[in-house]
Design a protein around this ligand. Structure first.
Ligand SMILES: [Zn+2]
Length: 264
């Protein structure tokens, strides 16, 4: 089995602050990277235990966060900023059998979502696809679903797990912290979080082998509505030739191709 794992930093146990932990200027950024990489390694252990013979980890957090030197020996790392264009990455990623999300947070506006945001924590109010609110989990699952990869496992905070379960029946999720709000949570210990992630990945692969999860697909055509906090960001988004301005803060895009629209 070939496993592709998207990673983020905001859904890792012990990481609760944008300011001090998820921005490279943060006082505890390096410590947060270590926590993240150890959770990824726990997931890779579970994959290897279940016979995965090819593991590709994508360094997904904005500026990049995975500590290369500490990464599990069985994993390869897709990294660098900016990441290569999607068309180039797709040629690699489409060869994988399943995908997972590690260290994931809930969509912007999720009431108890710790560090909740969608793409930019500073500019995006909410995204809606065909009228349904979406965050990074739906973006990832739909994009990779179109490449033929089902999303079979997610680790992150409780709100991210609930968001994933609602999108993908049968997905195995592991909650490593319970958000009390956007900037506060109750985290499991680092060791407990890693243990549960390893076990969750084993369970996810086992379940998928018995009852395969289908790649996520929503019927098109697609209408993506992007609402921003500030009008200047909406001005810039509205400059795209095919964009429609809905109101001062909102822009609408249309496409028949989910992969073309979902990360715009
Ligand atoms: Zn992130």
């Amino acid at each position: 089995m070939k496993v592709y794992a998207g990673t983020d930093l905001e859904g890792v146990a012990g990481v609760v602050s944008f300011e001090s932990q998820t921005y490279p200027t943060g006082k505890y950024y390096e410590a947060a990277r270590r926590l993240q990489t150890a959770e990824i390694n726990a997931a890779v252990e579970g994959m290897v235990e279940m016979g995965a013979d090819d593991v590709l980890v994508c360094d997904g957090h904005g500026p990049g966060a995975v500590l290369f030197e500490e990464l599990h020996p069985a994993a390869k790392l897709m990294h660098g900023r900016p990441l290569a264009p999607q068309a180039i990455r797709d040629e690699v990623v489409r060869n994988y059998d399943v995908c997972m999300m590690l260290g994931q947070h809930a969509m912007a506006g999720a009431a108890r979502g710790n560090l909740n945001h969608t793409q930019s924590s500073k500019s995006v109010d909410c995204y809606k696809l065909n009228g349904r609110p979406i965050g990074e989990i739906a973006q990832f699952a739909l994009y990779h679903g179109a490449l033929g990869l089902p999303l079979i496992f997610l680790s992150g905070d409780q709100a991210a797990c609930e968001e994933a379960a609602e999108l993908i029946p049968g997905i195995v999720t592991v909650s490593v912290k319970q958000g009390l709000g956007r900037n506060s949570a109750i985290s499991l210990s680092a060791e407990q979080a890693r243990r549960r992630i390893r076990q969750g990945v084993i369970q996810a692969i086992r379940n998928h082998q018995k009852n395969p999860i289908a790649p996520l697909e929503w019927p098109g055509p697609y209408v993506l509505e992007k609402r921003f906090f500030h009008t200047d960001v909406a001005d810039a988004a509205a400059a795209a030739p095919d964009a429609e301005r809905v109101d001062a803060q909102t822009v609408r895009l249309r496409s028949d191709d989910i992969r073309e629209i979902i990360y715009r």
